[in-house]
Every structure is written in structure tokens, then in C-alpha cells.
Design a protein around this ligand. Structure first.
Ligand SMILES: [Fe+2]
Ligand SMILES: [Fe+2]
Length: 196
């Protein structure tokens, strides 16, 4: 499977909140899979899929969902800033864990800590951000955002880059300017296609 087709089974999800909540469930399942893997190579493979899933999921939220929520929900700035701080912490832990490697004796302990942080973060998103987003946006808006999330995920870096919680910051650390411009174009196009 190509890196660029991260979650093809979710391509049928048309509401952004449904899509992201399904991905949260998949992330939880991937943690189970890493923990339950008995051989080193299975564990490494499951962990690689977890890294990729988390990296593209958080990037898409940062590029498409949080900026919209900031404008639409009550206390948007406060709610989104708290989520971004959590995402930064999660990505730092993920990057550290990736460096440590699945064979390291400390891996399981660190994985547990990452899992607790990710679960707290996804719960906070669903409770404080997504519930309001669902209540304050139209079906067409959520459909457009779902298309934007899918486009963003298809183009997102597949490894964590802590500290790049905005597209502006991505210019400094991640992909080249041209790629970021292209990402924005694809996301805009996808979202326009859904609304127009
Ligand atoms: Fe997130
Ligand atoms: Fe999320």
C-alpha cells in the first residue's frame, strides 16, 4: 500500500465530524495492534502505520478543521489553542518514540504514555471542539471540510514534525513552499467542489 492512500476505507465518510471520529477509533485500534504484536517485525509494521495515521490525521486537523473551528465555535481561539498545544506534545512524544525504535526496552512504557496523551486529546476534541462544530455548521460545510481533510491527508507528511502546528510554520520546517501552495490549492479545490 502506498503512503499516500492512508485510510482508503474511510473515503466514503462525507461528514467531517464522522470522518474524524472514525479515525480516532482507528487510532485506538492501532495502539492495540502495536501492543498486542508478538514479534518484532509485526510490532514495527503496526507502529509504522500508527505513526503515519497520527501524522496525517493531526496535519489535516491543523490545516482544515481547527482554523474553521476557531471562527465558528464559541471561545474558538481558546478551544483550538488548547488542542494545538496537545497536538504539539503528542507529535513530540511520537517523534521521540520513533527515534527510540520498537526494539528498545523502554518502548512499551513510552507507548503507554503516548497512548494516554492521544486518548486525552481525542476525547477533548470530540467533547469541546467537534460537538460544537457539528451544532454550528451546515451539512454542506461539514461535507466540504471532509473533502478538505481527505485532500490534506493525501498530501500530508507521513512522519511527525512537532512545532509545525500551522501551515505557516510548515513553510519553515517541512515541505517546500511550492508543495505547501499546492496543498492549499488541492484542499481549496476539494472544498469548493463539495460546496459549489
Ligand atoms: Fe488532533
Ligand atoms: Fe483528532
Amino acid at each position: 500500500m502506498s503512503d499516500r492512500q492512508t485510510v482508503p476505507e474511510l473515503m466514503g465518510e462525507n461528514d467531517v465530524v464522522d470522518l474524524l471520529v472514525r479515525q480516532h477509533a482507528m487510532i485506538r485500534d492501532l495502539f492495540d495492534e502495536v501492543e498486542e504484536s508478538l514479534t518484532g517485525s509485526r510490532r514495527a509494521d503496526a507502529f509504522e502505520r500508527l505513526v503515519r495515521m497520527l501524522a496525517v490525521h493531526e496535519t489535516a486537523e491543523e490545516e482544515v478543521v481547527h482554523p474553521y473551528a476557531r471562527l465558528k465555535i464559541e471561545d474558538g481561539d481558546e478551544v483550538v489553542d488548547d488542542r494545538l498545544a496537545e497536538e504539539r506534545e503528542v507529535k513530540q512524544m511520537l517523534a521521540d518514540l520513533e527515534k527510540l525504535g520498537t526494539d528498545h526496552p523502554g518502548f512499551s512504557g513510552h507507548l503507554q504514555m503516548l497512548r494516554a496523551a492521544v486518548l486525552a486529546h481525542t476525547r477533548a476534541e470530540e467533547r469541546y471542539e467537534f460537538a460544537q462544530l457539528r451544532a454550528r455548521t451546515s451539512v454542506a460545510e461539514r461535507r466540504a471540510m471532509a473533502a478538505g481533510v481527505k485532500a490534506a491527508e493525501a498530501l500530508a507528511p507521513t512522519h511527525p514534525h512537532p512545532g509545525t502546528e500551522s501551515v505557516v510554520m510548515n513553510l519553515l520546517f517541512g515541505p517546500s513552499l511550492a508543495i505547501v501552495d499546492r496543498t492549499r490549492d488541492v484542499i481549496r479545490q476539494a472544498m469548493r467542489g463539495q460546496v459549489g
